[in-house]
Design a protein around this ligand. Structure first.
Ligand SMILES: [Zn+2]
Ligand SMILES: [Zn+2]
Length: 150
């Protein structure tokens, strides 16, 4: 395969997303992670319900309109040094960025068009709200099984 053909391959297709008002846009130049629903108290407070997050390598995310992205130091998160990014114009929840590691997570609902990803499971079910049931049959974890600090 010639290098030139590489751009048309589906694997390298750039994924795009944005907030509700469009002041913050982003591009992902790499693979997306399958979606996790996080039921922790902090995600529920911020999202109004449990969160639906996909993710990517920190280096693969290019944010456009970064001046409109506000950051909240989410000190109550068990994971160390988490910053939660949201649009300062329309309030859309966008990024969950822990201090350690190469990965970050962002709202799956902010993706434009076809994403090719699917929901992988539920984390922090130990803190889920009592007003709903999880009934999709996907794996459930009481905490975050991927977090090495837990
Ligand atoms: Zn916005
Ligand atoms: Zn959470």
């Amino acid at each position: 395969m010639k290098k030139k053909d590489f751009n048309s391959s589906k694997v390298t297709e750039v994924k795009k997303g944005s907030c509700l008002c469009g002041a913050v846009k982003y591009e992902v130049h790499g693979p997306l992670f399958d979606v996790l629903h996080c039921h922790c108290r902090n995600c529920r407070k911020q999202n109004g319900h449990f969160s639906a997050s996909t993710g990517c390598k920190k280096n693969d995310l290019k944010i456009l309109g970064e001046e409109n992205l506000a950051w909240y130091n989410s000190v109550k998160d068990v994971t160390k040094g988490v910053k939660r990014g949201f649009c300062s114009v329309c309030g859309s929840v966008l990024v969950w960025n822990p201090e350690d590691g190469d990965d970050l997570w962002f709202s799956a609902g902010s993706l434009d068009d076809v994403s090719g990803i699917k929901v992988r499971g539920h984390i922090w079910t130990s803190e889920k709200g009592d007003y709903y049931e999880i009934s999709d049959g996907l794996p459930q974890y009481e905490r975050d099984p991927d977090d090495p600090s837990l």
